[in-house]
Design a protein around this ligand. Sequence first.
Ligand SMILES: Nc1nc2c(ncn2[C@@H]2O[C@H](COP(=O)(O)OP(=O)(O)OP(=O)(O)O)[C@@H](O)[C@H]2O)c(=O)[nH]1
Ligand SMILES: [Mg+2]
Length: 391
Amino acid sequence: MEVGIVGKPNVGKSTFFKALTMIDAEIANYPFTTIKPNVGMAAVRAPCPCRELGVLCHPKNSVCVDGQRFIPVKAIDVAGLVPGAHEGKGLGNQFMDDLRMADALIHVVDISGRTNEKGEPATDHDPESDIRFLVDEIDQWFYGILKKNWHKITSKTKYNNKELLKEITEQLSGLEIKEYHVKEAIDSAGLAEKTEWSDGELLAFARALRDSSKPVVLAGNKIDLDAKKNYERLKDKYDITPVCAEAELALRQAHNAKVIKYLPGDIDFQILKEDLGEKQKAALNFIKTGILQKYGGTGVQKCINSAVYDVLKLIVVYPVENETRYMDSKGNILPDARLLPEGSTAIDLAYKIHTDIGDRFIGAIDCRTKKKIGRESVLKDGDVIKILTTR
Ligand SMILES: Nc1nc2c(ncn2[C@@H]2O[C@H](COP(=O)(O)OP(=O)(O)OP(=O)(O)O)[C@@H](O)[C@H]2O)c(=O)[nH]1
Ligand SMILES: [Mg+2]
């Protein structure tokens, strides 16, 4: 699982990344601060079953704070992209290679309109134009890769639909593209019955393939800079989350310094330190009233959760080895939280844990009901499952 953070220069991608991962990334108020990508672990948030089951959990692959599970997801912060990048403008499209492994993208937009399309200071730039150009550039990158390989693909498959599907998947496997992405794209571009594709149809397919294999979540950053008007204008047209990456970073840093207690994604925090300076007090107060209360959080956690749960449609499942005490064999309670595609079955979970567990699968137990479930039983978000195997 990998989420790419993309956008034009100077919109706050590295600030967003730093807030997500707490890994130091260079942040500065000029374009192209980031050239080499920053890579780190972010986390998605989910309610941990520990509270409901009345147990004290011992997470191993994740973290639980106050009944909230934080499950690691890789994040990558890349260089900014300007219009015409696919023709070599700005840093060109070389950096897009850094996005090859991404399963979803978070597009950070400066919704305050205070940076132009090159990321330079501006007063009244329309963020809507950024929303369009960025995806267009990534689509063009996909198109370029497809076009380069197209002759080879079609001379081998002669547009036979089944073979085409296989060959495209194989040629583009380095972009984390799976056969179902290709199928979805052929169908949505209306090309299933075609025996030859025009150049325009290849571009339409490239766009559809980008959409299915690298879906985008929109983050309207710098909401603190008097951006409510732009947000109100765009929110009905686009599914855009109001974000203040700077506030999220400040909150997480203050939490780590034990100044406040704040859980990423919360809509409030608690002040722990009594002798706060006036400046810090005012800053925290602004975040509380001007961001958290006004927009229902800083939006950073919301974006990553949305990428994983709403866009990639993953669910969280907790495999255990003891169905009454919810432990693994070493006594760790609710040790692992696994992200699985919606619709995954008991056997899918078994194979995800280990090929050997999958091969020896004979059934599973839903630990909440203590009922046995079969191989093809579809798992639900938050399920606690014991897999039964032959010895
Ligand atoms: N007001 C405000 N400023 C922000 C916010 N997030 C980031 N910034 C500022 O925006 C500027 C650019 O931030 P970066 O995180 O370096 O932006 P970037 O998109 O990574 O930039 P490049 O790497 O150059 O493409 C810095 O001055 C940040 O402090 C925010 O939520 N609100
Ligand atoms: Mg950067």
